[in-house]
Ligand binder design. Structure first.
Ligand code: MG
Length: 247
């Protein structure tokens, strides 16, 4: 069931998502070669808690980390741990917060120092694909118009979209309807209506689309061990166009 948010709900969604965005940006600019993914998670958790929020992913279906930190061939759901990030790595941060009853959700991929030109292109294309998806998040479009815009941008660049994980509605629940795949023909699925809040999140692989879950039960990585990037915004649909809440 799709939940349409009231004015008051949207005001609270702005607060939770603005916090998620601030933590995303502060952590992204703080990352240095040599820091562990655990230190990255701890830093994010400190920022979230100091602002009065909770780490939304901690304990979610048993997830053990405060945020998700996924390095290089890890796609999503990486658990912060002892791994040190190095120059040339790309590090995807997925930040979820809960504050005042509403969730915020956003992701970015950080390049640590100078990285390979192809990897830079992967990161940039993923970011552009998110933007292309957001631009389709308007009243009267259908869910798969977002999906199609993301897929087209990614495949034109010679990369692939991950099919096993999808974007989602968000609000009082971290994952609400509808699901938003990053692939599909346009004009399908539910109608986008004012008051819907959606987390749009392309996950893009340099090589093949296939992924697998590692033995820790969480970390998703590419089967071909080629790198993957992830960007995510939470967006409110309104008659004035898409409002990106995670800014
Ligand atoms: Mg999400």
């Amino acid at each position: 069931m799709v939940v349409i948010k009231t004015k008051d709900d949207l005001a609270r969604m702005r607060v939770s998502n603005r916090l998620a965005a601030r933590v995303r940006d502060e952590v992204a600019s703080w990352i240095r070669p040599g820091v562990t993914t655990r230190e990255i998670g701890t830093h994010a958790a400190d920022l979230i808690r100091r602002a009065g929020g909770e780490c939304a992913f901690l304990g979610y279906r048993g997830f053990p980390g405060t945020i998700c930190v996924s390095v290089n061939d890890e796609v999503v759901h990486g658990i912060p741990g002892p791994r040190r990030v190095e120059i040339g790595d790309i590090v995807s941060l997925d930040i979820g917060v809960l504050i005042d009853g509403f969730y915020g959700d956003t992701a970015t991929t950080v390049m640590v120092g100078v990285t390979d030109p192809d990897w830079i292109r992967l990161v940039r294309v993923t970011q552009m694909a998110l933007q292309a998806g957001v631009e389709k998040a308007v009243c009267g479009n259908r869910v798969s118009d977002i999906s199609h815009a993301v897929q087209s941008m990614v495949e034109k660049a010679g990369f692939t979209v991950v099919r096993d994980f999808v974007g989602h509605g968000i609000g009082r629940e971290l994952h609400e309807d509808p699901q938003i795949p990053n692939y599909g023909k346009p004009g399908k699925g539910g109608l986008l209506r004012s008051g819907m809040t959606l987390a749009i999140e392309p996950m893009v692989n340099m090589g093949k689309a296939a992924v697998k879950v590692m033995e820790d039960g969480w970390t998703v990585r590419t089967r071909d061990r080629k790198p993957s990037a992830h960007f995510e915004h939470t967006v409110a649909i309104s008659s004035a166009g898409p409002e990106i809440l995670t800014v």
